[in-house]
Design a protein around this ligand. Sequence first.
Ligand code: NAD
Length: 297
Amino acid sequence: MATIAFLGLGNMGGPMAKNLLAAGHALTVFDLVEAACAAIAAEGASIAASAAEAAEGATVIISMLPAGKHVAGTFLGEDGLLAKVSTDTLILDASTIDAATARQVGEAAAELGIDFMDTPVSGGVAAAAAGTLAFMCGGSGAAFDRAKPILEGMGSAEKIFHAGPAGAGQVAKAANNMLLAVHMIGTSEALAMGEAHGLDPAVLSEIMKASSGNNWSLQVYNPWPDVLEGVPSSNNYQPGFMVDLMVKDLGLACEVAESCGLNNQMGKQAMAAYSDHQGEGNGPRDFSSILEWVKAQ
Ligand code: NAD
């Protein structure tokens, strides 16, 4: 069992830290919000007054922070953790951030002989609580071998992937979420078109699931209310996965595409659609509510 410093105890980090405690690891935690730390301390973690204090004596550091600037601020520079921790420390950043920052932290760590991996997740708050997250990992093979048993405390063993070198995890995450946005909009358009012509969306969903239009949005996250039970569309689009986070992830995906000269037309159109929907006050709603935007065009 490892001695882990866990940084960032929000909607995702909180339940992930709880699962690591349940798996038998020793945790010292730090978050800017005291109440978030107190909730995990009640489960058996120690609270640190800073990220540096949490990292003292830890063999593994896991961060789950909002954006690239928080990750860079935590690890880089004179006051950053890379300058403070010993070379046998394994650093896993599970935040969803820009691939450029992940590569920058990975390269700075490699120069010091420290193992760093970007390990963004797929699955959302429910999978974080259930310990069934998917992890997409960027870093060396040796770092991946060290990381896997730790990540298994928060995710499903068969969904932990080594995507490639530092930054590759973030590229994989951006690619997946861009595709998710595109097929959610496409699924919404197909259902809205069928319904406008008098088809029952539930019947049309069954037809497309058995045909070549089948996809994840249709199968397990149908955007039409009351076609599936227990999904956000059948619960007034309570998230789930917020429109705000989809806009964030599409922004990162567009950066990844631009940095390699790819004209990701569908990704850009998805970004425009979700930004428009967000601007109409739908940021906190589930991303499958894009069906309402489609119907309103
Ligand atoms: P959140 O805003 O709920 O939590 C972030 C936490 O980080 C907050 O508690 C905040 O106080 C803390 N924090 C900020 N700066 C800090 C610092 N310098 N040191 C320590 N703590 C700091 O966000 P979340 O929903 O938990 O998401 C975390 C990351 O996971 C994001 O990058 C997000 O894009 C990604 N993600 C979220 C979901 C989701 O469904 N919520 C799904 C997949 C990935």
